[in-house]
Design a protein around this ligand. Structure first.
Ligand SMILES: [Zn+2]
Length: 136
């Protein structure tokens, strides 16, 4: 529990929210600033800064919880397409966004944009080498 963390406070029941699902480790709520109707975030009860901070077992449990919520959204909103994204900048407590997409919902099909200034071939090679050093 982090005192000034809004998701910790929601987990503790201190802040009202539209909780659509929960179990002992995770909960799913409607995002209060939705991108589309049915925009949900899935949040671990225990504070972690990043989704990637959890150990392997916890991460698998997290992704299974996300998958379960996706199933609810697909059935409830009669859509096959639920987009998932992780940003981590708005609230410093791990969370996964789920956007059930419905034709004509007003968002572009692809939410990301490529870099405005495309990296040079040299820069692409440098970043490739930098990552490969860690992988290999
Ligand atoms: Zn927190």
């Amino acid at each position: 529990m982090v005192e000034d963390c809004i998701f910790c406070r929601i987990a503790k029941g201190e802040i009202p929210c539209d909780k659509i699902w929960e179990d002992e480790n995770f909960f799913a709520i409607l995002d209060i600033n939705p991108y589309v109707r049915g925009h949900v975030i899935v949040v671990p009860r225990l504070h972690a800064r990043w989704v990637w901070d959890s150990d392997d077992d916890e991460y698998v449990r997290y992704m299974l919880a996300v998958k379960k919520v996706v199933g609810f959204l697909r059935r409830a909103l009669n859509t096959e397409c639920v987009q998932e994204f992780i940003v981590g900048a708005e609230v410093a407590h791990a969370h996964v966004h789920l956007l059930p997409r419905i034709e004509g919902d007003g968002l572009p099909e692809v939410l990301h944009e490529p870099m405005r200034v495309k990296p040079s071939e040299k820069e692409m090679k440098e970043i490739f080498e930098k990552i490969k050093l860690v992988v290999d």
